[in-house]
Design a protein around this ligand. Structure first.
Ligand code: ASP
Ligand code: MG
Length: 401
């Protein structure tokens, strides 16, 4: 069996932890499996390097940033390889380039275009443990590129795909995916399995265990993904293709996103093209709009509401000023949050949304906006009821059992 392990910044945060990782990797080798290890920079290292660059300028050249930031992962890869060698294991450290990862030219947010696994395969065939610096590749000119923050997860999944590895295990300081944030609901339960799509909904909703792009790629390449902790021997959570058994479970998790602000536009001219103009302008300013609600127009005007990340609200206000004669008035609310219920079971069962609305009503929580997808129901409510809503919904769907 060939497995890919990926260790995040906290898991390799100091020399003792790197030693701990070396012991874990050695065990895989001892049980007779081949292993490729992908590592992040030691925790805090990438931010420290960004700080160094910003000492000189607010806008350092992206090509130089890639040169700088890619060094963090190389340090860890080299140290882990050295630690393994010191224990008598044959290991080799590789940069992204040496591992054959070719990307496009988008410095600091490059896309992987292809992977030539020949060098890794040769090393594996010689019985070596391959340790790869995550988060990086090279473009066609041979310059180093990086894959965006959290990009080591993406490296690991891409390498697992290219090597046809049996599975890809992502290690961090949490031991899997939970039914909700255990800091909000202590009765939250770790899930044994979850589908790629549910994971994508959960992570984009704020459960920051796996980088989103890596889950998308795992889905595309059908890579069996595990989220595990490097500090325990717990089973972790398997993220995989949807199965019939998964559909039996109505709801897999509930998530709270506090980083939301609501914008409501009153008396918007009810004419073709107005929504296109508003949302194109917001998009041009890179403002990420999430939920949108528009009412039926009366007397030539309508109301339009939408949500944006809290950090974008000032930008959104500015954009809205430019629509002066098309909008009568607007109001904003930063004290809102988004509560979402996620589960593939919703595809085949009815009443999931109705249950959520009933639970919130019973707690006297007013729902300001609603949006749904095939496997998700999201509700915007007053921020001060966010945690209460999560706890009562968690219980209502039986997630604490
Ligand atoms: N070190 C990089 C970051 O902090 C990549 C990673 O850890 O995945 O974003
Ligand atoms: Mg990470």
């Amino acid at each position: 069996m060939l497995v890919v392990h990926k260790y995040g910044g906290t898991s390799v945060g100091d020399l003792e932890r790197i030693e701990n990782v070396a012991n874990r990797v050695a065990k895989v080798k001892e049980r007779g499996d081949d292993v490729v290890v992908v590592v992040s920079a030691m925790s805090g290292e990438t931010n420290k390097l960004i700080g160094y660059a910003e000492h000189f300028t607010r806008h350092p050249a992206k090509k130089e940033m890639d040169m700088l930031l890619s060094s963090g992962e190389r340090v860890t890869a080299a140290l882990l390889s050295i630690a393994l060698q010191a224990k008598g294991y044959d290991a080799v450290a590789m940069s992204g380039r040496q591992a054959g990862i070719v990307t496009d030219n988008t410095h600091t947010y490059a896309r992987i275009e292809s992977i030539d696994p020949t060098a890794m395969k040769n090393a594996i065939n010689h019985g070596k443990i391959v340790v790869v610096a995550g988060f990086q590749g090279m473009n066609k000119d041979g310059s180093v590129t990086t894959l965006g923050r959290g990009g080591s997860d993406l490296s690991a999944v891409a390498l697992a795909g290219a090597l046809h590895a049996d599975q890809c295990e992502i290690y961090s300081d949490v031991d899997g995916i939970y039914t909700t944030d255990p800091r909000i609901e202590p009765e939250a339960k770790k899930l044994d399995t979850i589908s790629y799509d549910e994971m994508l909904e959960l992570s984009s909703l704020g459960a920051k265990v796996l980088q989103n792009r890596s889950v998308e790629l795992a889905k595309k390449l059908k890579v069996k993904l595990y989220a595990k902790s490097s500090f325990s021997d717990n089973e972790g959570t398997l993220i995989t293709e949807e199965s019939n058994a998964m559909e039996e479970v109505l709801v897999s998790g509930v998530v709270l996103d506090k980083n939301q602000a609501r914008v409501t536009l009153r008396g918007v001219s009810d004419r073709p093209g107005i929504a296109a103009e508003i949302f194109t302008k917001l998009a041009n300013e890179n403002i990420n709009v999430d939920m949108i609600i528009q009412n039926m127009g009366t007397d030539g005007s309508t109301n339009l509401g939408f949500t944006v990340p809290e950090s974008e609200i000032e930008n959104a206000k500015q954009v809205m000023q430019t629509f002066d004669h098309d909008i009568e008035g607007m109001d904003y609310d930063e004290k809102v949050c988004k509560v979402s219920v996620v589960g593939v079971g919703m595809k085949s069962h009815s009443g999931v949304a109705a249950t959520a609305f009933t639970i919130l009503a019973e707690n006297n929580i007013n729902i300001q906006m609603i949006s749904t997808s095939e496997i998700k129901v999201s509700m915007v409510i007053d921020e001060k009821y966010g945690e209460l809503a999560i706890r009562t919904l968690h219980k209502a769907y039986g997630l604490n059992r």
